[in-house]
Design a protein around this ligand. Structure first.
Ligand code: ZN
Length: 291
C-alpha cells in the first residue's frame, strides 16, 4: 500500500510517501501561504496528490480542531483564515477518488508516538507538547480520546494560577502562560533584563540566575502534570517540543513528580517524544492505512 502523508501547519505543508512498513520517503515541504486561505491550501494539497502516481490512501495531519469522522475543520484560529468549516476529506476524495483520513496535528503526533515511538506497547498515555503554547492529546485503551467536540486534551488551558496571567484563550492563569517555552523565555528575559531565545537560555545554563528561573519554570510544568496524573493515572507521559531535548528538564520532572505524588501514582515515567517531525505524518498515515 502506498500512502501519501501530509502535515499541514501554519507556515509549512510537509509531505512524504509512506510504504506498508511505514517508512517515510521523498520528504518534501512547501510554504503554507496561510494568507491565501484554507480552501486554497487544500486545492494545493489536491494538486500534489494528483501529481503522484499509484497512491492508495491519503493521510492528513492538520492544524485546527478536526472532526476525524467527517474529516473536516471544526474550528481554526486566524493563523489559517477561512479554514473553519473546510471539508477536507470530502474535497480530496471527490477530486482524487482516493480514501483519505484527516486528524488534528497534536492527535496525529500522539498516534505516531503510540504506534511507532515513545508510546509503543502502552495501552494508555498522555502527550503534551511544550512550545509557543502547550498542546495535548489523550490516548486511552488503544485509541485517541477526542471528546464531545473533538477538543479533548487542551492541557495548555487548565488553570494552575487562579486570577493569574492573561492567556491567549481569553482566560487567566492558564498552564501554558506559566509552563510553555514562551513563558520560560519571557520569564528569563523579564527577570534578568536579557533578550535570549530558548536555545541561548540553555547555553547559559551554568549561570545560577538563569538556572534559578529554569527551576521555577520546571516547578510550573510539574504543577500541571500532577493534576493530569491524578486524573488519568497514566503509566507514561510523552513530552514533546524542541525544549525537551534538554535532558535536565525530563530528569527533573521525573524526580519532582516522584517526590510529590501519592504513592499509588508513582508508577509513572515522563519521557521525551521520539518521532520528532515525522510523528504527525506517521500518525496520519496510520489512520489512512486503517480505512
Ligand atoms: Zn488559556
Amino acid at each position: 500500500m502506498k500512502i501519501l502523508a501530509f502535515d499541514i501547519g501554519g507556515t509549512e505543508i510537509k509531505y512524504a510517501l509512506c510504504d506498508e512498513s511505514f517508512n517515510l520517503t521523498e520528504k518534501k515541504s512547501i510554504p503554507t501561504n496561510a494568507h491565501e486561505g484554507g480552501k486554497r491550501i487544500i486545492e494545493r494539497v489536491i494538486e500534489i496528490i494528483k501529481s503522484c502516481d499509484g497512491i492508495d490512501r491519503v493521510g492528513i495531519s492538520t492544524a485546527g480542531q478536526v472532526d476525524g469522522v467527517k474529516g473536516e475543520i471544526v474550528f481554526a484560529t486566524d493563523t489559517i483564515p477561512g479554514y473553519t468549516g473546510v471539508k477536507i476529506k470530502e474535497l480530496v476524495q471527490k477530486e482524487t477518488g482516493i480514501p483519505t483520513a484527516v486528524e488534528n496535528d497534536v492527535n496525529s503526533a500522539a498516534l505516531g508516538e503510540a504506534i511507532f515511538g515513545a508510546g509503543r506497547g502502552e495501552k494508555s498515555f498522555i502527550c503534551l507538547t511544550y512550545g509557543t503554547g502547550i498542546g495535548g492529546a489523550i490516548y486511552l485503551d488503544g485509541k485517541l480520546f477526542t471528546g464531545n467536540s473533538f477538543s479533548a486534551g487542551e492541557f495548555g488551558h487548565i488553570v494552575t494560577h487562579q486570577g493569574g496571567r492573561k492567556c491567549t484563550c481569553g482566560g487567566e492563569g492558564c498552564y501554558e502562560a506559566y509552563a510553555s517555552t514562551t513563558a520560560l523565555v519571557n520569564d528569563v528575559n523579564e527577570k534578568l533584563g536579557l533578550s535570549l531565545n530558548g536555545r541561548e537560555i540553555f547555553e547559559r545554563f551554568d549561570d545560577p540566575e538563569i538556572k534559578a528561573v529554569i527551576d521555577l519554570w520546571i516547578d510550573e510544568i510539574v504543577t500541571g502534570l500532577k493534576s493530569l496524573v491524578y486524573i488519568f493515572n497514566p503509566s507514561l507521559i510523552v513530552a514533546g517540543g524542541g525544549i525537551m531535548n534538554e535532558e535536565y528538564i525530563t530528569k527533573e520532572i521525573n524526580a519532582r513528580l516522584q517526590s510529590q505524588l501519592m504513592n499509588s501514582f508513582k508508577k509513572l515515567r515522563v519521557v521525551k517524544a521520539q518521532m520528532g517531525n515525522d510523528a504527525n505524518k506517521l500518525g496520519a498515515a496510520y489512520l489512512a492505512s486503517k480505512l
